[in-house]
Design a protein around this ligand. Structure first.
Ligand code: NAP
Length: 280
């Protein structure tokens, strides 16, 4: 039987609906829109992502400011944004200007405005199971599982990938949801034997089609975070979607699966930061 397609759009729409009404309430109290500052983004892909964020935010009553800053002024600019009461969230867009370390830049952001969970304080707080801003893609994956009523408590989950942007925070968020989580990475031996034990398999590797039917337990739910461009300009995931559909119980498509939730969660966290900073 073919797996159910777990589309991201309905998940994102539900988040956007709450964000739009929350942004309206914020505007009535604060007299301005919840505002996200975008910083960096030195190539066309980043510029396209920035336009996408701006378009989606403005349709739901949030605002975006975007500055292209040189390497010399970069840390000072982040300090100014962190101190600016009219800015609620800050998002670093990669690539950063040449000579600026992403790790160092993330540490200059006020953790209270770090709405994409890039500051180590936020990742540390997630590990401590305390309130934090999580990376939007990772949190979007959890929201997608919850939207489709996938059981997490007591469930055996395998996350493939351990980056600080997707795999690691996702594993921590799933542990916080009471799942039993195993993480695989490039040094994992006999990965298929481990992934085949998963009731839920989450994949964030960045290697087109690496996950095949032999990695998947029959009936498992598969979340594919991979976005790998093909030579003809299309996007494919880390999972061989068509082949895995014959084994899995549910699977996210690429594109249209985990992707659409990311910007919606970013907006949700910008609104949350705005409210927290006003003491709402
Ligand atoms: P990354 O920083 O390159 O991390 C990749 C992870 O995969 C690493 O932990 C690496 O292991 C592991 N890995 C690499 N090759 C492997 C293999 N053969 N077997 C098992 N594990 C392997 O990538 P990322 O930023 O996490 O992104 C992963 C994917 O998600 C990319 O396709 C990216 O475009 C996509 N992404 C999607 C969204 C979205 O909105 N949907 C957002 C962000 C990223 P080691 O740690 O051992 O090196």
């Amino acid at each position: 039987m073919a797996a159910r397609l777990l589309e991201g759009r309905p998940v994102a729409d539900a988040i956007w609906q709450d964000v739009a009404s929350g942004a309206e309430r914020f505007g009535q109290v604060a007299g301005r829109r919840p505002t996200l500052a975008l910083v960096g983004g030195a190539d066309e892909a980043a510029a396209a992502y920035a336009r996408q964020i701006e378009r989606q935010f403005s349709r739901r009553g949030l605002a975006v400011s975007h500055a292209t800053i040189g390497a010399d002024d970069f840390p000072h600019h982040l300090q100014r944004l962190s101190a600016d009461p009219a800015i609620d969230g800050i998002l670093l867009l990669t690539p950063l200007p040449s000579g600026v370390s992403a790790e160092a830049a993330a540490q200059v952001i006020d953790p209270a405005k770090d709405v994409d969970g890039q500051h180590p304080t936020n990742l540390g707080r997630i590990a401590q199971r305390r309130a934090a801003f999580a990376p939007a893609t990772a949190l979007g994956g959890v929201r997608l599982l919850k939207h489709y009523d996938v059981a997490l408590s007591g469930t055996r989950i395998v996350v493939v990938g351990r980056s600080p942007v997707v795999g690691m925070p996702l594993a921590l968020l799933l542990i916080d949801s009471d799942a039993t989580v195993t993480t695989c990475h490039s040094r994992t031996r006999d990965m298929a034997a481990i992934t085949r034990e998963a009731d839920v398999l989450c994949v964030a590797i960045g290697r087109a089609g690496l996950i095949t039917p032999e990695h998947v337990k029959p009936g498992a739910i598969v979340l594919d975070f991979g976005t790998n461009p093909t030579p003809d300009g299309a996007l494919v995931g880390d999972v061989q979607t068509q082949a895995v559909m014959d084994v899995a119980g549910g699977i996210t498509p690429v594109p249209g699966g985990t992707g659409p939730t990311t910007v919606a969660v970013l907006a949700e966290q910008t609104l949350r930061a705005a409210n927290l900073q006003r003491g709402n």
